[in-house]
Ligand binder design. Structure first.
Ligand SMILES: Nc1nc2c(ncn2[C@@H]2O[C@H](COP(=O)(O)OP(=O)(O)OP(=O)(O)O)[C@@H](O)[C@H]2O)c(=O)[nH]1
Ligand SMILES: [Mg+2]
Length: 294
């Protein structure tokens, strides 16, 4: 019997949703950073095995939004629970069920879908703390299963896949074997550049960044020529992003190029221009232009 279905990965920002999605896929399709609110779109990835196919939805972390971009992110994350067969709710070891998690779990109370609790980052915790977390969360919500994992180290992910398979309904193969995501190459290239900016910049600067791919063409020698705008929110951010003598921007470009070459399996020329678009995170028009739309 072939099984298939949709599985959403939800939780607060920074708990490791994208790291888990990447580990399961064995490929980096979602960007990861130590800063919260890294993921901004729902990213579908497709895992196909002999006897099942799962479409995972990596979602933006659910948080209290402070601008229209945040509202968009939370909305699409919350909507993901309506269209799936299994919900993977991720959290990290903690003394109590925090407000953020309480808010998310309240919304899951009335859905008729199995919710699996994943306690991530156990590599940084103790057995006592993990046990306490399991107890507190299980008292707060009726989970179908509880699995402590480390997405970074790949711990207990095999168990997670086995458990998940149990809850998958019988169904067809929705996508061809070789399809691993619904996202275009262009989207992933844009995200790789944004990831490097997120990692190399500090404070509020990286959260106000968006990437616009202006062109992406393969020339006759098989080299990709990519041109992109790096948008920032404030004029004062521009010199920070460019850095002394252009050093910061060069670093962002260099790291991005290396990852894009790996992803496209090809040599890449990458040019990035920094542009200011005042308060784009609150402009419905710009949000739509940059791909943050339903
Ligand atoms: N120690 C440890 N760190 C982890 C683990 N999983 C993820 N991380 C780290 O946690 C940080 C956040 O990881 P992400 O995968 O970007 O988290 P996310 O939930 O997708 O975050 P948003 O997209 O912002 O909602 C990164 O620095 C990861 O390397 C883990 O199992 N153990
Ligand atoms: Mg993420």
């Amino acid at each position: 019997m072939f099984k298939s279905g949709f599985v959403t990965i939800i939780g607060r920002p920074n708990v490791g949703k994208s790291t888990l999605s990447n580990y399961i896929m064995g490929e980096k399709l979602s960007i990861v950073s130590s800063k919260p609110q890294t993921t901004r779109n729902n990213i579908h990835t497709i895992l196909t095995r002999d006897d099942f196919q799962v479409v995972f939805v990596d979602t933006p972390g659910i948080h209290k939004p402070r601008h229209k971009l945040g509202e968009f992110m939370v909305k699409i994350a919350e909507e993901s629970i309506k269209e799936v067969d299994i919900i993977l709710f991720i959290t990290t070891p903690d003394d109590e069920v925090g407000r953020g998690d309480q808010y998310i779990l309240e919304q899951l109370r009335n859905v008729n879908i199995p919710v699996i609790l994943l306690i991530n980052k156990i590599d940084e915790s103790t057995p006592e703390n993990i046990a306490k977390t399991i107890k507190n969360y299980s008292e707060f919500f009726d989970f179908a299963e509880v699995i402590p994992i480390s997405a970074r180290k790949g711990k207990n992910i095999d168990i997670l896949l086995d458990v998940m398979k149990k809850y998958l309904p019988e169904g067809p193969k929705y996508y061809p074997d070789d399809m691993i995501t619904d996202k275009q190459e262009r989207f992933i290239v844009m995200e790789i550049i944004r990831e490097k900016a997120l990692r190399l910049l500090e404070q509020e600067v990286p959260h106000g960044i968006a990437i616009e791919i202006l062109s992406m063409k393969k020339d006759r020698k098989g080299i990709y020529n990519i041109e992109a705008n790096l948008l920032c929110e404030k004029a004062s951010h521009k010199p920070i992003i460019i850095g002394k003598g252009g050093s910061k921007l060069k670093k962002i470009s260099r790291y991005a190029r290396m990852d894009i070459e790996k992803f496209l399996d090809s040599k890449v020329y990458l040019r990035i221009w920094v542009k200011v678009k005042e308060e784009w995170r609150d402009s419905p028009f710009l949000l739509k232009e940059l791909g943050y739309k339903d």
